[in-house]
Design a protein around this ligand. Structure first.
Ligand code: CUA
Length: 155
């Protein structure tokens, strides 16, 4: 059986697009390290308080206007609360959950991470504009979920 010429051409185009897409995705994920970052680092959720760096949650200066925020999430709060950082700071949040799945969303930025017990989640954001940023848990985590919020003040 002979294939129609146009059918052949479209089949080749289709397969070519598929192969090119897979090559690009694979290159980004593995060569450029743009794959999903979650779940790579693990932690015993029962021992968060005794495990570094989470035994000392807080805001740490790590470089010239670079900060690291070591944060635990638990029903229904963020530790530390009410973070203050200078404008222009590049902040890396290192987070884990002590109980159930929580969310870490910073309104007005692209920061939006799921924080699960047993895993360490990292997210970096530069805060150029001064102001008060609302931090919300966006994963339903129980009766007090809607009260789980804090702020990041940039000044
Ligand atoms: Cu924590 Cu919802």
């Amino acid at each position: 059986m002979k294939m129609h010429r146009a059918e052949e051409v479209w089949l080749i185009i289709g397969v070519a697009i598929l192969v090119i897409s897979m090559a690009i995705t694979g290159y980004q994920a593995f060569a450029l390290d743009m794959g999903t970052p979650s779940g790579l680092e693990t932690i015993d959720p029962q021992k968060v308080d005794e495990t570094a760096p989470f035994d000392k949650p807080g805001v740490y200066k790590t470089g010239d206007n670079e900060y690291e925020v070591v944060m635990t999430l638990q029903i229904f709060s963020f530790t530390p609360m009410d973070i203050e950082i200078p404008a222009g700071a590049k902040v890396t949040f290192v987070m884990t959950s002590k109980d159930v799945v929580h969310g870490f969303q910073v309104a007005g930025t692209n920061l939006n991470a799921m924080v699960t017990p047993g895993h360490i989640q990292r997210a970096t954001q530069k805060f150029d504009e001064a102001g008060e940023y609302l931090v919300l848990c966006n994963e339903y985590c129980g009766a007090g979920h809607q009260m789980m919020s804090t702020t990041i003040t940039v000044k």
